[in-house]
Design a protein around this ligand. Structure first.
Ligand SMILES: Nc1nc2c(c(=O)[nH]1)N[C@H]1C(S)=C(S)[C@@H](COP(=O)(O)O)O[C@H]1N2
Ligand SMILES: [Mo]
Length: 465
C-alpha cells in the first residue's frame, strides 16, 4: 500500500472567504522550514505545509456562517472531490506509540518572549494562550520557568527528606523514595499556576505584541499527589509550627517559605501526576510542590526537602526576587497570592479580524483567593460592560473560561475583560493599580488588559488607564 499522499493544494475558493474570520498573529505562523523541523522525517512536507497554510486560513479560526451550501454550489473541491483519506488505507495503530498533535498545529508551541533576553538555562517559555481551549493546558504547552535549566531525574534516584529546623519540630525525620510516596493516599485537583512575574513587562509600558507574551506564564492542570499534611504527620511533625521550607534538587537552590496554614487545609500537595500521567521533566518530574493560588515560584520543582520551622526563612528568592517595589522605594515581601485577574485570548494582540460580523470573544479568568464569581467584557474601552458567560463548573484556584457573543461593526474598538472573585475583589484598572503600587514594580500585575481593534481589523496591545 502506498504511503499517504497529500492532496494537490488548491487556491482557496472565493466562497470560503467568509465574514467573521480571525487571522492568526503573523509571528504565530511558522515558515515551511520551521514546520519541517517540527515534523521532521515526513514526506511531502512542503506540499503539506502549503496545504496547512490553506487549512489554517480556513480552519478553526474561521467562523462559518451557515455557508457550506454556498461553498458546495461554488464548487468547493474539498467537499466535491473524493479525498485521499477516504480512498486509501490510513496509518496503522501505534505508528505513533505516544500520540502527538497534528502537524498542522505545528505553530501551537511554547515560545520565549521577544521582549526578554533569549537565554537558555535561566529563562521562560510562554504558553500559547491564543490557541488554547477550555481550562486545561496540554502538558506539552505548559509554560516553563527554570532558574538553572531542567533535568530528567531518574525516579529511582530521587529522594524527599523531611526534617525540622530544630530537632524537636519533627520527631521522626525521614527520607522517602518515590515508591514510598506513591503508596500513600492521594488526591487529584485542577489548579492554575501563574508566575508572579507574569504580565511584568507591562509595568514599564512595554507592550509585548501577543497574549502569549503578556499573559503566557500561566497554565492550568489536574495535579495528582499526596497532601503535604499527611507526609508531615507521618514524620511526627509539630503542626503548630508556623512555616515549612521547600527545597528543590536543581542547582538553582530554589527554596521557598510556605505558611503552615496552607498545609493544614490540605491544599498543598507533593505532586507527581499532571493531566493523567507522570508530570513532565520540565515541570518538576518526579516530584513538585503544588501550592494552589500562590505564585509559581513557590511551586518548587524536583522537590527534595521539606523543613518545618517557626519563622519565615527569607531565602534569596524571597529577599531579592519576587518582592514588590512600592512607590516609596520600600519592598513588599511575601505577597505570594495571585490576585484576581482575567484576559481576553481571542481576539488578542497580533491577530486580525478579516471582516466585520459575528465573533465569540473568549478568554480566561482566575483568582488565587478562590472561585471567579463574574467576568464582564467591554468593547468600548471600559465605559459599558456586559456580563460574560462562565463555563461551568467554576473551580477554586483554577482557570475559568468565559465567552461573550459579539458583532463587530467594523469600527475601531477597545476590548477589555474584568473579573470579580468570590471575595468580592474586582480586578483593577492600570490607574487603580498604579495608584497603590507605583510604576516600577515587576511582579503581581493583575490590571485589566486592553486590546485595540483598528478599522482594518488589526488587534494590538494598548494600555488604558
Ligand atoms: N526547583 C525549582 N523550582 C522552581 C523553579 C526553579 O527554577 N527550580 N522555578 C519556579 C518558578 S519562578 C516558577 S514560575 C515555576 C514554574 O513552573 P513550570 O516551569 O512548571 O511552569 O516553578 C518554580 N519552581
Ligand atoms: Mo516564576
Amino acid at each position: 500500500m502506498a504511503e499517504h499522499e497529500e492532496l494537490t493544494p488548491v487556491e482557496t475558493p472565493e466562497g470560503l472567504k467568509q465574514p467573521g474570520r480571525i487571522q492568526k498573529a503573523p509571528e504565530n505562523f511558522l515558515t515551511p522550514t520551521e514546520i519541517e523541523s517540527v515534523t521532521q522525517g515526513r514526506r511531502n512536507f512542503l506540499r503539506g505545509s502549503l496545504f496547512a497554510a490553506v487549512a489554517a486560513m480556513t480552519g478553526r479560526h474561521a467562523f462559518a456562517q451557515g455557508s457550506d451550501a454556498v461553498n458546495a454550489a461554488s464548487g468547493d473541491p474539498y467537499i466535491l472531490q473524493p479525498q485521499t483519506w477516504a480512498t486509501t488505507l490510513g496509518k496503522g495503530v501505534a505508528t505513533a506509540p505516544y500520540g502527538l498533535p497534528s502537524k498542522y498545529e505545528a505553530d501551537v508551541i511554547r515560545r520565549q518572549s521577544p521582549g526578554l533576553t533569549q537565554t537558555t538555562q535561566s529563562s521562560v517559555s510562554f504558553s500559547p494562550l491564543q490557541s488554547m481551549f477550555g481550562i486545561i493546558t496540554a502538558s506539552g504547552l505548559h509554560f516553563e520557568r527554570h532558574h538553572q535549566g531542567w533535568y530528567d531525574i531518574d525516579p529511582t534516584q530521587h529522594r524527599l527528606m523531611v526534617n525540622g529546623s530544630s530537632p524537636e519540630f519533627v520527631k521522626k525525620p525521614k527520607v522517602y523514595t518515590m515508591d514510598d510516596i506513591m503508596r500513600m493516599p492521594f488526591v487529584s485537583r485542577i489548579h492554575f499556576i501563574e508566575c508572579g512575574a507574569n504580565t511584568g513587562m507591562e509595568w514599564g509600558n512595554v507592550a509585548v505584541p501577543t497574549v502569549q507574551y503578556t499573559h503566557g506564564m500561566l497554565s492550568c492542570s489536574e495535579f495528582t499527589g499526596v497532601p503535604l499534611r499527611l507526609i508531615l504527620e507521618d514524620c511526627g511533625a509539630n503542626m503548630s509550627k508556623k512555616f515549612v521550607l521547600a527545597e528543590g534538587a536543581d542547582g538553582s537552590a530554589m527554596t521557598r517559605t510556605i505558611p503552615m496554614e496552607m498545609v493544614l487545609n490540605d491544599e498543598v500537595l507533593v505532586a507527581y501526576g499532571m493531566n493523567g500521567e507522570m508530570m513532565r521533566p520540565e515541570n518538576g518530574y518526579p516530584l513538585r510542590l503544588v501550592v494552589p493560588g500562590v505564585q509559581g515560584v513557590s511551586w518548587v520543582k524536583w522537590l527534595r526537602r521539606i523543613e518545618v520551622g517557626d519563622q519565615p526563612y527569607g531565602t534569596k528568592d524571597e529577599a531579592v526576587h519576587y518582592i514588590d517595589l512600592m512607590p516609596d522605594g520600600q519592598h513588599r515581601q511575601y505577597t505570594s497570592v495571585q490576585e484576581c485577574k482575567s484576559v481576553i485570548c481571542t481576539p488578542s494582540g497580533g491577530q486580525k479580524l478579516l471582516e466585520k460580523g459575528y465573533y465569540t470573544i473568549s478568554g480566561l479568568a482566575w483568582s488565587g483567593r478562590g472561585k471567579v464569581r463574574q467576568v464582564d467584557v467591554s468593547t468600548d474601552g471600559g465605559i459599558n460592560w456586559k456580563r460574560a458567560k462562565l463555563e461551568t463548573p467554576v473551580q477554586s484556584k483554577a482557570l475559568t473560561r468565559f465567552s461573550l457573543p459579539w458583532n463587530w461593526d467594523g469600527k475601531a474598538v477597545i476590548l477589555q475583560s474584568r473579573a470579580v472573585d468570590d471575595t468580592g475583589y474586582v480586578q483593577p484598572t492600570y490607574g487603580q493599580l498604579r495608584a497603590v503600587r507605583g510604576t516600577r514594580s515587576i511582579y503581581h500585575n493583575n490590571a485589566i488588559q486592553s486590546w485595540g481593534v483598528a478599522e482594518n481589523g488589526d488587534v494590538s496591545n494598548v494600555q488604558v488607564l
